[in-house]
Design a protein around this ligand. Structure first.
Ligand code: FRU
Length: 531
């Protein structure tokens, strides 16, 4: 799996290979803890980022296990991304906060693990804020602290409570608050605090999940240390799985800042639209104490199987104004068995979240951030052309089909189904299609490559999508082991992991039942963020 050739080409990496081999061996022997975090950090330096299935422009840790994104906050020109991390192995355990920063949302710089499991307390998911007014007293008026709010998880007695830690050096080092916990209900499943500053009531507001009860609780605080119960929301919507990783933010509708809705996003550990874990959202009003939903319909954030635990960045400057997030590219059904190594886990591309309104009401749309355009390399464009019934391989693109951005517009014509096939090889293909009769867009990964590592992996994920002015527009991001499909200008998204062989780099257009029409096709080879 590792590109040994790449390592051998660098004569100074010999010692690193030995170190990596040691760590890798240690990782294979479940949680023997023979590798310290410092050793794993050192081993990380030697990773080639060209291993089979290594995402080229999605963030993944150099080695070991990662799940949820955590503590996302923007401060002094840097986007911080913390993440649930096991420094000792490639399956879930020893949860700690790994840490990377980026100035452009595209290239990520590895930093040491920010918060390590300590004294039997795991660092579960949570958020971070810039405490601009130094309400916590951890910084000074001139130098505001970063404050992380997370769940302290006690595996010994299955207890979860909310803790805080702070940094006064741009997130480089973190100190746990000696008054922890700051919030304790003596609960087993009480986790994933997301904290926002609510300007109208001039207080911090925490949304936090009572997972097994399928409720979200709201708490208020003047200083991030003392929290008062405000209200509780739920159970409503999708309640089969544990509720986790809530987020709360206000967004303008159709860009009109005089008309806003609040979005309450809630993940479900199982029972999501594509099976297993996924994310739902509610829209409504929030007055600083109570969230009142416009309705309690279940709305899905993503129709694929692999977008979980998304939370948005805090403190993105007002001049920018975007609500930005990314999610974990995985599903708890098979997360620990996906066939990657020496790391396991990746994050989605960063996306902007917006609210739009049409005659059927207000809905969330997700837009890939334009910062990703810097990765666009060689371009291929096709003119409008008919797609005859059948499959038409695109053999003249000259592009490496393993990592691509694709924007394609179609007219259904007489076809019953049409679309694109990506990562095509002799026995492999991932189909991104549109079914005319049911007005659905889908990703079919049944023949996408390695699929039999878990019974719940192979399948077809479907999302409702009416044509716009008789047209279907698909915006795809294909990487070495994932595909994200934004359809109808981000109205629906399907995010899926795929594990094709490196040789499967072909592309094709297809139609069934009759001819369809390709109106336009723009494709770019995507560069690697690790080069
Ligand atoms: C979601 C989750 C969170 C929890 C974390 C533990 O994937 O289960 O609820 O804080 O992962 O790693």
């Amino acid at each position: 799996m590792l590109s040994i050739t790449a390592l051998l080409m660098n004569p100074t990496s010999f010692i690193s290979i030995i170190l990596l081999a040691l760590v890798w061996t240690a990782c294979g022997q479940e949680k023997t803890e023979t590798a310290t975090p410092a050793e794993t950090q050192a081993a990380a330096e030697t990773v080639s980022y060209t291993e089979t299935y290594r995402p080229q422009y999605h963030f993944s840790p150099a080695i070991n296990w990662m799940n949820d994104p955590n503590g996302m906050v923007y401060y002094e020109g840097e986007y911080h991304l913390f993440y649930q991390y096991n420094p000792f192995g490639d399956t879930w355990g020893h949860m700690s906060w790994g840490h990377v920063v980026s100035t452009d949302l595209v290239h990520w710089e590895h930093l040491p693990v920010a918060l390590l499991e300590e004294d039997g307390v795991m660092i579960f998911s949570g958020s971070a804020v810039v405490d601009w007014n130094n309400t916590s007293g951890f910084g000074t008026a001139d130098a505001p602290p970063l404050v992380a709010i997370y769940t302290g998880h006690y595996p010994a007695n299955e207890h979860q409570e909310q803790h805080i830690a702070f940094s006064t050096d741009r997130g480089r080092t973190w100190t746990r608050y000696d008054g922890n916990p700051v919030l304790d209900r003596y609960d087993k499943d009480f986790r994933d605090p997301k904290v926002i500053w609510h300007e109208p009531t001039a207080q911090w507001v925490m949304v936090v999940a009572r997972s097994a009860e399928h409720t979200i609780q709201f708490y208020g605080s003047p200083n991030l240390k003392d929290w008062t119960f405000l209200s509780e929301f739920g159970p409503v919507g999708s309640v089969e799985g544990l509720w986790e990783c809530p987020d709360l933010f206000e967004l303008p509708v159709n860009g009109d800042s005089t008309r806003t809705r609040w979005v309450l996003q809630v993940d479900v550990g199982s029972g999501a639209v594509a099976g297993g874990s996924g994310a739902q959202y509610f829209m409504g009003d929030f007055d600083g104490a109570t969230f009142r939903p416009d309705d309690t319909n279940t709305r899905w954030v993503d129709y694929g199987k692999d977008f979980y635990a998304a939370v948005s960045w805090s403190d993105v400057p007002a001049a920018d104004g975007r609500r930005l997030w990314l999610g974990w590219l995985n599903n708890w059904q098979y997360a620990q068995e996906i066939p990657t190594g020496p790391w396991r886990g990746a994050q989605s591309i960063p996306r902007e979240v917006v609210l739009r309104e049409d005659d059927q009401g207000v809905y969330m749309a997700q837009i890939p951030v334009e910062e990703l355009n810097v990765l666009r390399g060689e371009q291929y464009q096709a003119k409008a052309l008919p797609i005859k019934a059948g499959t038409a391989p695109l053999t003249d693109t000259g592009l490496d089909g393993r990592a691509l951005e694709i924007i394609a517009e179609f007219e259904p014509g007489q076809a019953s189904e049409f679309g694109l096939k990506v990562r095509v090889g002799p026995d492999e293909e991932t189909v991104v299609g549109y079914d005319v009769a049911s007005e659905t867009v889908f990703v079919d990964r049944q023949r996408s490559g390695a699929v039999d590592f878990h019974k719940d992996f192979p399948g077809k994920q479907t999302a409702p999508l009416s044509p716009e002015d008789g047209r279907v527009r698909l915006h795809l991001f294909v990487d070495w082991s994932s595909i994200e499909v934004f359809a109808g200008h981000g109205r629906v998204v399907i995010t899926d992991r795929i594990f094709p062989s490196p040789e499967s780099d072909g592309l094709a257009l297809y139609a069934t039942g009759g001819p369809a029409r390709l109106l336009s096709l723009d494709m770019w080879e995507m560069g690697s963020v690790w080069d």
